[in-house]
Structures are given as structure tokens and as C-alpha cells.
Ligand binder design. Structure first.
Ligand SMILES: [Ca+2]
Length: 362
């Protein structure tokens, strides 16, 4: 049943035509495809800039740790853990944001042994603690990491507080690292030399320190409010206040001897320590002869043993301190001065002296 030559040639021509048709359609298909690609390219170019990325940068597992999650698309999470003996520093999980970034930095794993980072300086020895390490510093070093040069402080207060040495401070010496400072007790201020203490005069302060009707007396370390009162009159004797610190007896009836022996004047004096002394003297009234004899004495108060009254010249008596005073305390002493004319008693005057003794020797 073999084809003859003529039949075979006809079959070959037919097959050639089929192939040519195929070739034409194939070429058409290619052309079509090219046109579509060109159109697509044009439309893509028209869209403009690139659309934002929809995935985040790749992440690595931390050194000495593990990473869970391998999708880096928006809203996907990646988790991290550390191997035993290490702790995570940083977030344990991150999320990919629509802007193509993660919600946090990639964490890392740190050796739980704090001393492994050799935090102690200058040859300090690191000792592991429960939650933190401690540095044991060599001599001459100090600080949490042995980072400071240790100060060798001299306690000036102790040094100069010894017998026979000059005193550094009037009151209290306070040692400070590398130096010292002086402190004053309350009611005193430190003076410009930084060592001496000076009393604060509360009585000159603008706001009223004493209640109405009283007088302010400045004392060492404080102040007192005083209201000197004249003695109550009785019978035909009466006193009148002639100044804030002075009382005078009204004239006595001619024949009243007891009245004449009561003080003609009473004055009030307030002293603060350190006490020098108190002087009492007489002055003659103009046009009238003064007394030609005076007698002084202590007639009252709570401190007779501390003082004596002695004459310093014809007209003056001095109140003299004869015992050491320990403060704080308040002493009162009433000093009397009697005037005589030709050995005949004329009048006497009383000074009521109040002494406020401060607790300090300055
Ligand atoms: Ca004062």
C-alpha cells in the first residue's frame, strides 16, 4: 500500500501549506502579545511612582537566641527568645507596619552573667549578685565601677579640736569631704569670715516680734518681750511711769517717813552676756546741791551670790560679777543707791537689772 511518487509530493505540499498557515497564526499571536505588552507598559508608566512596599526588611535570629515567624508582610508578627543563660534586651515581638518598617528594633540576647561584660574599672573585682553585680575596688579607688580616685579626707575639725591648737570655728566645726565648714547655733548668723557667729537682732526686724505694749530686748541667740511695770501704790505712796523703763514716786506728804524711804526712782535695765558690768551714778539736779554721800547695795532679785555692788568713785557704784554664769538663764538683781546729805537720808533709787545669759560663750 505504499504511495507512489506523485501522491507523496502532493502530501508534502499539503503539509507545507499547513505549516505556513500555522506560522502565520503564530506570528500573529506574537504580534498580538507584543501589542498587549506595550499597552500594559504604557498603562503602568502612566500610573506614576512606585506603590509602597508591602513587606518589611528580613530579620535574623539574635545571637544566642531564636526567631519565630518568617513572613515579613504587613501585619505579620515575628517573635524572639533567648537561649538558657541569656536574657532578651529589646522587644520580644515586632509587627510589620504598612509603611514597611517593624514596630521595634531587633532585640539581642545578653549573657545573664553581668560580670561577663567586665564592668569594673581600674582592676576592680566583679562579684555576681542576685539581680546585679558589685565591684570590689582596689585601694585608692572608689565608686560603683571603681571609676573614682578615692579622696583621702583630713578631718580638720578633729585635728584642730585638740588641746593647744587654734580653734577653727567659734561654735561648731562640720567636716566635709576635702574641707570643713563652721556652723552657728540658731539665732546666730555666720559672719563674713565664715568662722565667727553673730547674734541676729530680732528686735530690728521689720515685722513686729513682740506683742503690743511690750518692749523687745535682743539677747544672744534670741530676744525677750518685756513690759516693765511700776509697783502698785498703797496708802499715800504711788508711782508714775515717766518713760518706758523708768518709774518715779509721786511726792510724799511732808510728815510721811515710810513713804520717803521707798525708792524715789525705779529704773529697769536689761543686759545680755557677755556681761561687763553695770554702773549706777547720781547726777545733781540743776540749781540744787547734790548729795554729799552715796551708799550702794543689792536689795533684791534672785542672784545675790553672783554679784557684789561696790563703789568705784564718789559718785558711782559698780555691779560686779563674781561667779561664772552658766547659760541659758535669766538673773535679776535689784541695786539700791541711797543719797545722804550731811549724813541725813535724802532719797534712794532702785535699778532693777535683768541679765539674759546666753547658752554660748559668744
Ligand atoms: Ca538675738
Amino acid at each position: 500500500n505504499c504511495l507512489n511518487k506523485q501522491q507523496l509530493l502532493t502530501a508534502i505540499r499539503q503539509l507545507q501549506q499547513v505549516l505556513k498557515g500555522q506560522e502565520t497564526r503564530f506570528a500573529e499571536g506574537i504580534r498580538n502579545m507584543k501589542n498587549r505588552l506595550a499597552a500594559l507598559q504604557n498603562s503602568v508608566n502612566r500610573v506614576g511612582p512606585d506603590t509602597p512596599p508591602v513587606s518589611c526588611p528580613a530579620l535574623n535570629a539574635p545571637l544566642d537566641g531564636r526567631k519565630f515567624g518568617s513572613k515579613y508582610l504587613v501585619d505579620h508578627e515575628v517573635h524572639f527568645t533567648c537561649n538558657p543563660g541569656f536574657r532578651l534586651v529589646g522587644p520580644s515581638s515586632v509587627v510589620c507596619l504598612p509603611n514597611g518598617t517593624w514596630t521595634g528594633e531587633q532585640p539581642h540576647c545578653r549573657d545573664m552573667s553581668e560580670c561577663s561584660s567586665q564592668p569594673c574599672q581600674n582592676g576592680g573585682t566583679c562579684v555576681e549578685g542576685v539581680n546585679q553585680y558589685k565591684c570590689i575596688c582596689p585601694p585608692g579607688k572608689t565608686g560603683s565601677h571603681c571609676q573614682h580616685q578615692a579622696q583621702t579626707d583630713v578631718n580638720e575639725c578633729e585635728l584642730y579640736g585638740q588641746e593647744g591648737r587654734p580653734r577653727l570655728c567659734m561654735h561648731t566645726c562640720v567636716n566635709t569631704p576635702g574641707s570643713y565648714r563652721c556652723a552657728c547655733p540658731s539665732g546666730y548668723r555666720t559672719m563674713a569670715d565664715g568662722k565667727s557667729c553673730e547674734d541676729v537682732d530680732e528686735c530690728v526686724s521689720p515685722q513686729h516680734v513682740c506683742p503690743r505694749g511690750t518692749m523687745c530686748i535682743n539677747t544672744g541667740g534670741g530676744f525677750q518681750c518685756v513690759s516693765p511695770e511700776c509697783p502698785e501704790g498703797s496708802g499715800n505712796v504711788s508711782y508714775v511711769k515717766t518713760s518706758p523703763f523708768q518709774c518715779e514716786r509721786n511726792p510724799c506728804p511732808m510728815e510721811s517717813r515710810p513713804c520717803r524711804h521707798l525708792p524715789k526712782t525705779i529704773s529697769f535695765h536689761y543686759l545680755t552676756t557677755p556681761i561687763t558690768l553695770y554702773r549706777m551714778a547720781t547726777a545733781s539736779a540743776p540749781g540744787r546741791p547734790g548729795p554729799n554721800s552715796l551708799r550702794f547695795g543689792i536689795v533684791g532679785g534672785n542672784s545675790r551670790g553672783h554679784f557684789v555692788m561696790q563703789r568705784s568713785d564718789r559718785q558711782t557704784g559698780e555691779l560686779i560679777l563674781v561667779q561664772t554664769l552658766e547659760g541659758p538663764q535669766t538673773l535679776e538683781v535689784d541695786v539700791d543707791m541711797s543719797e545722804y546729805l550731811d549724813r541725813s537720808f535724802q532719797a534712794n533709787h532702785v535699778s532693777k537689772v535683768t541679765i539674759f545669759v546666753s547658752p554660748y560663750d559668744f
